[in-house]
Design a protein around this ligand. Structure first.
Ligand code: SAM
Ligand code: SF4
Ligand code: F3S
Length: 470
């Protein structure tokens, strides 16, 4: 894939701006103030995409509503990673037949990862005839043009062809107000873990130019964002396609030079590409939060091989050891899958024992979900669901016990936090995060939101710490 084929030319982005203007003029001519309901499912990449979609809609003159009933346009930005996520979206789509019946002018849009699956596009084409527009992540930058087609022709538009993927700079964005922001540094995935749909729906890996990432982070820091997360399916392969010898640790070092009071985090890291240099750079960069999300998926080498993860349990443990040696007190989190096809109870218990051995600060745990089109979906999967659920419960028990212990260890200590919003809890009305991204519910006034503070931890449970400013 040549770099020139990946970068969307500036003129093309400008042309999309013209479609935005056309749609805006169309509503203005009717004296209408259109409303859009945008709902995003899935990971932070998708959230970041959703913010671009909202940026484009805002340029078209849309304001936003939570209520699909009053919306002129309803957009579902979907996730395909597990079956449950897809079922939820089909459920939501079904419900939208009602709002469409009340308001036949309403435009209904399905986009995101599910939309890129041929199987899903076909089902929507045949059975969800109230959906007007379907487009995958690869076509995101062309959303204004696709939407214009819908308004102009009043026909259904499907843009779901398989594409290698592109990089579009300069799209408008609507960010959440507050202190947190997401910055995609790369798109796509080349790893083809055998259970995972992401490489099929997000195309091949492509890295944004370092200068574009640096400019965006600088802008965010200047605008008052204090907790910035760099996103990529595997940030450790950032730069491989730039052919300049510039890699993720270089990017971290360059970002760290941006002056200001802020934290930089990143996710996800793939253990097969994590290097000692990454940890050395993390350790020395003051703005880089001492937190590492390093998904291991399984603690058994046979299962890891079947998953096509390309590292072993031993290599993973070595990496964690190295990272902790370089950064004492490092907060480590991970993703794990229980019940991969053919996994035995003993193999699942290897995963539980790895969790015990490492002592993760938090864990994102999943029961395997077959994804049509992936290699693992073809494998025999004899273990019954109830059996997998038992293994899963054992894993959760170990992790929850450990989380509660770690949290209890904080009581009486003073930690630095960033106050990031309201918690909805009457006694501890503020929500804040430590550098390690641990949730601390706080006593105090709303005026503290956006500030870094020292707080004394007064209580804890499995999920959160409680405290008050000192
Ligand atoms: N690229 C990231 C990585 O490799 O760590 C993760 C991306 S994926 C969106 C997030 C997590 O979903 C994965 O780490 C994995 O644990 C889980 N996952 C992916 N496919 C799955 C499947 N078919 N069934 C269950 N969990 C799955
Ligand atoms: Fe999926 Fe593996 Fe790529 Fe992560 S690295 S997105 S788990 S294929
Ligand atoms: Fe993310 Fe789901 Fe797509 S996890 S990359 S939104 S399949």
């Amino acid at each position: 894939m040549k770099r020139e084929e990946v970068i969307v030319p500036r003129e093309e982005i400008a042309r999309q701006g013209e479609f935005q203007e056309r749609i805006k003029a169309m509503f203005a001519a009717r004296g209408a103030h259109p409303l859009a309901r945008v709902e995003t499912f899935g990971c932070q990449q998708n959230v970041a995409d959703g913010q671009r979609i909202m940026g484009m809609l805002e340029e078209m003159g849309f304001a936003f509503t939570e209520d699909p009933g009053e919306a002129d346009l309803v957009l579902l930005n979907t996730c395909a990673v597990r079956e449950h996520a897809e079922q939820r979206v089909f459920g939501n789509l079904g419900i939208l037949t009602h709002s469409k019946r009340e308001n036949p002018e309403q435009v209904i849009i399905l986009c995101g990862c599910m939309a890129q699956e041929a199987r899903v596009a076909k089902r929507v084409k045949e059975s969800y005839r109230h959906v007007d527009l379907v487009f995958g992540p690869q076509a995101l930058w062309r959303f204004p043009e696709l939407l214009w087609q819908v308004y102009e022709t009043r026909k259904r538009v499907f843009s779901t062809a398989e594409e290698h993927g592109s990089i579009a700079e300069g799209l408008p964005v609507v960010r959440e107000r507050g202190v947190k922001a997401w910055v995609s540094v790369m798109y796509g995935c080349n790893n083809f873990c055998s259970y995972c749909i992401v490489p099929y729906v997000r195309g091949r890996e492509r890295s944004r130019e370092p200068a574009a990432v640096l400019a965006e982070v600088r802008e965010l820091v200047e605008a008052g964002y204090r907790d910035i997360t760099l996103l990529g399916q595997n940030v450790n392969s950032y730069g491989n396609d730039l052919d300049t010898g510039y890699h993720f640790p270089d990017l971290l070092e360059d970002i760290d030079r941006i002056p200001g009071d802020y934290w930089i985090r990143f996710m996800s890291s793939h253990p097969k590409d994590a290097t000692p240099r990454l940890f050395d750079v993390m350790a020395k960069c003051a703005h880089v939060a001492k937190q590492l999300h390093l998904p291991f998926q399984s603690g058994n080498n046979r299962v890891l091989e079947e998953m096509n993860r390309r590292y072993t349990r031993e290599k993973y443990l070595e990496l964690i050891q190295h990272a902790r040696d370089r950064m004492p007190g490092l907060v480590v989190t991970s993703d794990v899958i229980i019940g991969f096809p053919g996994e035995t109870e003993a193999e699942a218990m290897d995963t539980v024992s790895l969790v015990e051995e490492v002592g993760f600060d938090a864990l994102f745990t999943f029961i395997y979900s077959p994804r049509p089109g992936t290699r693992a979906a073809e494998l025999p999967d004899p273990a019954p669901r109830e059996e997998k659920q038992k293994w899963f419960d054992r894993l959760l028990e170990v992790q929850n016990r450990h989380s509660a212990e770690v949290h209890a260890g904080y009581v009486g200590k003073t930690v630095r936090v960033l106050v990031d919003g309201e918690s909805g809890d009457g006694d501890f009305p503020l929500s804040s995060r430590t550098e390690g991204n641990r949730l601390v519910r706080l006593k105090g006034d709303k005026a503290l939101i956006g500030r870094f503070l020292d707080v004394r931890v007064t209580g804890s449970n499995t999920w959160a710490l409680y405290g008050e400013p000192v």
